[in-house]
Design a protein around this ligand. Sequence first.
Ligand SMILES: Nc1nc2c(ncn2[C@@H]2O[C@H](COP(=O)(O)OP(=O)(O)OP(=O)(O)O)[C@@H](O)[C@H]2O)c(=O)[nH]1
Ligand SMILES: [Mg+2]
Length: 294
Amino acid sequence: MSGYRSGSVGLVGRPNTGKSSLMNRLLGQKLAIVSPRAQTTRNLLTGILTTPDCQYAFVDSPGFQMRHRNLFNRSLNRRAGEAARDVDVVAFVVEALRFDAADRAALGRVPEDRPVVAVVNKVDLAKPVERLLPFLERLGRERTFAALVPVSATTGRNLPELLRVLRGQLPEAEAAYPEDQLTDRDERFFAAELLREKIFRLLGEELPYRCEVMVDSFREEGRLRRIEATLWVERESQKPIVIGAQGATLKRISTEARKDMERLFGGKVFLQVWVKVRDSWTDDPRLLRQLGYT
Ligand SMILES: Nc1nc2c(ncn2[C@@H]2O[C@H](COP(=O)(O)OP(=O)(O)OP(=O)(O)O)[C@@H](O)[C@H]2O)c(=O)[nH]1
Ligand SMILES: [Mg+2]
């Protein structure tokens, strides 16, 4: 089809700017997990949007971060680097009226030869609105951006314009994916992600950062999916917090995750979750490899 465009868009930036929210809103479906906490996203996740004149393969990525230099965090930054490097265009996501050292460091990790669109998200929170224009001017001096586009993932404001601008950066090409394909990941991946999202939303303080999820088995029995998963924590003392009084916290985590899985998979799910301790898994090369981080 002549004039058709198709390519990949890396969603990149420091943690918590709304990269995953933005991808979900652009796709019109909740695919990526979202929480108010930084460093929610740990994996690369492709979400595909096919329109009559363009196919966008959005790549959601972990926020670039500068703290905790352990093996695990280095692996997250490496993944974010891939989303900035192996794509046709980078959508560099910042929060409206905020550009700090962490944003600058993240921008510095985007290779010079990539076209970059600055996506200024959360404009619904930008008050007073008169401050937005000077902010855009200042941001525009940080790098030669192909464009600067203020948007809101929450309200959907200006997203058609963002799609138009991104399309302009993609090559003329046939669609790379079938038009009904939404993602590159399987149900097993989303099962683990949805459990982790509940941990991020329901547990306080540092605990979500000390937790990881592994799906041990995923079986389809007719229309039922039977899923067994382990929540890894780093210390024996963290276990009772995840489990809660009479198991209430763990029950809430697994019930909410199961409901989301049933919605996403379109069928009943039987979910069993165990909590286990593995000392400092964030520095354990073997477990990190098992979890797919290396
Ligand atoms: N008000 C407002 N909040 C937003 C907007 N976009 C995202 N958020 C909120 O910002 C928080 C972080 O959103 P995420 O989408 O998880 O951010 P992220 O950049 O993917 O974060 P990491 O995966 O941790 O790097 C959540 O509480 C979102 O609800 C927006 O346009 N407006
Ligand atoms: Mg995210």
